[in-house]
Write a new protein. Structure first.
Lengths: 198, 393
């Protein structure tokens, strides 16, 4: 009888741990126990911190399929965890998991965090998954960041639908062999000309 | 000659660039006030259409600006430019362009200009472009063709949400005047160069240094520019402009602009101080939207192709000549290898559920090394072998 409180506490603890860290069978079945524990810990931390966990699982599985050792898998998942954290910080707590995942990919591609914040402000209340994905893809394909940034922002500012971002990507990716026109960045529209002297 | 070279360049570009074309355009309609250097002062109405055609590395644009005063005086300045840019070699690229411009006025002869330009571009970083260019051409008016030369150096960069550019453009223009007399000396921007028969030929040389910037905040675009015109024979002049546009709908924006522009000796358009308020209507959209798959197929024969969503999943196809077993793994298979089925001699097919977005994927032939499937973007994996990235729409 004296053990009952301790027994109940242990049960509650186990149940709580089970809720918090529902073991992902994909991890436990395909990774060695040490790596699986480490990855599971990061997955749990992600859930606690409001970060998407599935990308972490996929990263670990990718490592497993590609034959990586436990150390490399743990390191890669940790790096991704940090990227997701930065992405969440850039987009705010209202961002969806899909947006945060896309933003982490953009950070990995070299898109600055303040660019993501700016995009968030520009497209408040609408999904950023496609715009961010397109921006990340353009940069990764070799489109200069400046050009990719302006193209995506022009569409976002105008409230264009996702299809227009995808169309932009198709067009830009095929032009990646080219380069931006510096004149685009120069300037303002020409001044209106006054009527000429007779 | 310049126009012919431009035509050849354009034809080559169109013929050799296997990409879709895009038309975009805008029409600005406004009204305001202008106080010009030639003493005109008063209300003006402006109409400024622009259109751009892009296909691969070719860009053709046309712009126009019509201004009319209450007195009935008007002018129209138009121009069309075609530019062809080379593939990048390391951080460098070349751009060749040609411009045809013209001005019309209500009661005086206008001018027609033809210019050819070559520009070297360098990209020292992902957010910075530097260029050095030179152009030659002619301006025709009053039955005379007069040579025109420009050199330009500049740089554009992105600093956070700001886009800034700094440029120096030097223009040398031979001005013909007729006949020689007191009026010929009235143009203080010119230095006498030569005298030929009843006409004098003088060279106007001036350099415009401009610092410009653009900032987009929410639905607002801000464009500002500040510069100085330098010339040996004319008082220095500070130039500036500020424009703000506020998008109202995807195709409509409210625009307001003010500034101080300089006289253009080439077209004889006078400089002015101005303020204009108006509307901008934008139109045009990518023309390739209806045929993305066909373009993807042209892009790389044998590339991994992913079909549209179907009830049983998307169909994936790729070519792997000589393979006995082809496996695909990606984040849409939980990185479990999935065997594809052979169709015909070289094509392999699978059906999988893939959500729209960016995905990582790898393929393996006959149990060999994992590698990026053809047509995907190779990315360095933290785990050794490269994998591919694809965007699924």
């Amino acid at each position: 009888m004296r053990l009952r409180p301790a027994f109940l506490a242990a049960c509650l603890l186990l149940v709580g741990r089970g809720i918090l860290s529902a073991q992902d069978r994909r991890i436990t079945e395909r990774l060695d126990p040490v790596t699986a524990d480490a990855v599971q810990h990061l997955v749990d931390s992600a859930r606690t911190a409001g970060l998407p966990a599935e990308p972490l699982v996929q990263k670990a599985l990718e490592g497993s399929t590609l034959g990586a050792g436990g150390d490399r898998i743990r390191a890669a998942v940790s790096v991704l965890f940090a990227q997701l954290s930065r992405a969440r910080a850039a987009l705010g707590t209202s961002a969806s998991d899909a947006e945060v995942t896309a933003a982490a990919g953009a950070l990995r591609a070299g898109v600055p965090a303040d660019t993501l914040q700016h995009l968030r402000a520009l497209r408040s209340g609408r999904s950023l998954v496609v715009p961010i994905s397109v921006l990340a893809d353009l940069v990764a394909e070799g489109t200069p960041l400046d050009r990719a940034y302006q193209s995506v922002f022009d569409l976002a500012r105008d409230g264009r639908p996702d299809d227009d971002f995808l169309a932009l990507r198709r067009r830009e990716v095929r032009q990646a062999v080219g380069a931006p026109d510096p004149a685009d960045a120069q300037a303002p529209k020409p001044a209106p000309d006054p009527p000429a002297k007779p | 000659m310049t126009a012919r070279a431009l035509g050849v360049l354009a034809a080559l570009a169109v013929a050799t660039t296997p990409v879709e074309a895009q038309f975009t355009g805008a029409l600005d309609v406004g009204a305001g006030t202008a106080h010009s250097d030639d003493a005109f002062s008063g209300a003006v109405a402006t109409l400024a259409p622009s259109i751009t055609f892009e296909r691969g590395s070719l860009r053709v644009g046309a712009t126009g600006a019509y201004s009319s005063g209450l007195s009935g005086r008007w002018n129209f300045q138009g121009g069309t430019t075609a530019a062809l840019i080379s593939p990048r070699v390391g951080p460098f690229a070349l751009e060749a362009s040609g411009t045809l411009g013209w001005t019309w006025h209500d009661d005086v002869d206008g001018a027609t200009t033809v210019e050819g330009r070559l520009r070297a571009l360098a990209y020292p970083s992902a957010t910075t472009t530097v260029w050095l260019g030179a152009s030659v051409g002619n301006a025709y008016s009053l039955g005379l063709g007069r040579p025109l030369r420009r050199t330009q150096v500049g740089s554009a960069a992105r600093l956070g949400p700001f886009r800034v550019a700094l440029s120096l453009t030097s223009t040398a223009f031979d001005i013909g005047t007729s006949p020689i007399g007191p009026s010929a000396a009235s143009d203080a921007t010119a230095d006498t160069l030569a005298v030929s028969g009843a006409r004098s030929l003088r060279r106007s040389v001036f350099t415009d240094g401009m610092l410009s910037g653009r900032l987009t905040l929410a639905a607002f675009d801000f464009d500002v520019a500040l510069g100085r015109r330098f010339s040996q024979s004319t008082p220095e002049l500070t130039l500036w402009s500020a424009m703000v546009s506020r998008g109202l709908t995807p195709g409509l924006a409210l625009v307001a602009g003010a500034g101080r522009s300089a006289t253009d000796p080439v077209t004889a358009l006078p400089g002015s101080s101005y303020f204009v308020l108006g509307m901008r209507v934008r139109f045009g959209s990518p023309s390739a939207r209806a045929h993305p798959v066909e373009h993807a197929e042209k892009r790389e024969a044998g590339a991994l192709r992913i079909g549209p969503v179907e009830a049983a999943g998307r169909i994936l196809r790729l070519r792997a000549p000589g393979a006995r077993v082809v496996e695909l793994a990606g984040d849409f298979t939980d990185w479990l290898p999935v065997r594809l089925e052979r169709r015909g001699k070289e094509e392999w097919v699978g059906r999988m559920a893939i959500a729209p977005g960016i995905h990582r994927v790898a393929m393996r032939v006959d149990g060999g090394e994992w590698r990026p499937p053809p047509g995907t973007r190779p990315v360095t994996s933290e785990f050794g072998p490269d994998v591919g990235e694809i965007v699924v729409e």
